[in-house]
Design a protein around this ligand. Structure first.
Ligand code: FES
Length: 138
């Protein structure tokens, strides 16, 4: 079964680590703690956060790490349970919604799906569940 949103084509890529190696899904989930948010290389080469859920599976969405203000990569601050941009102080909650500006928009979403032990990232073309509006990135 393949959800239509990630059914191949250029709207879908295999997540890679910093070294450019395809992420091994099983190993990744074994190594990362629950609630982990770590970066992989995703769609268009953009740094994207994979989220490990409490049941040690991947959250069905990943978050593009590019700040919607001026494009810095936004680190996850586990201590604050937020993404905090080092450039101008924007903050995003654990789902990527803006909790403090100047960022105008939430972090972009990507579909996350495991196929053959590879992590596939796909274009999120549906409504943004955080805003109820179409994704601003489409
Ligand atoms: Fe992130 Fe300005 S680039 S707050």
């Amino acid at each position: 079964f393949m959800p239509p949103s990630v059914a191949g084509g250029s709207n879908c890529v295999t997540a890679r680590d910093k070294k450019g190696i395809e992420v091994d899904a099983k190993k990744y989930l074994e190594e990362k703690p629950e609630g982990d948010r770590s970066l992989v290389e995703g769609l268009k080469g953009d740094a994207t956060y994979l989220i490990v859920k409490d049941d040690k599976t991947f959250q069905s969405y990943g978050l593009n790490a590019i700040c919607t203000h001026l494009g810095c990569v936004v680190p996850w601050s586990e201590a604050n349970n937020k993404f905090i941009c080092p450039c101008h102080g924007s903050q995003y909650d654990e789902e990527g919604s803006v909790v403090r500006g100047p960022a105008p928009l939430p972090l972009a979403l990507a579909h996350v799906d495991v196929q053959d032990n590879k992590v596939r990232l796909g274009l999120w073309s549906e409504v943004d569940f955080r805003t109820g509006e179409p994704g601003w990135w489409n």
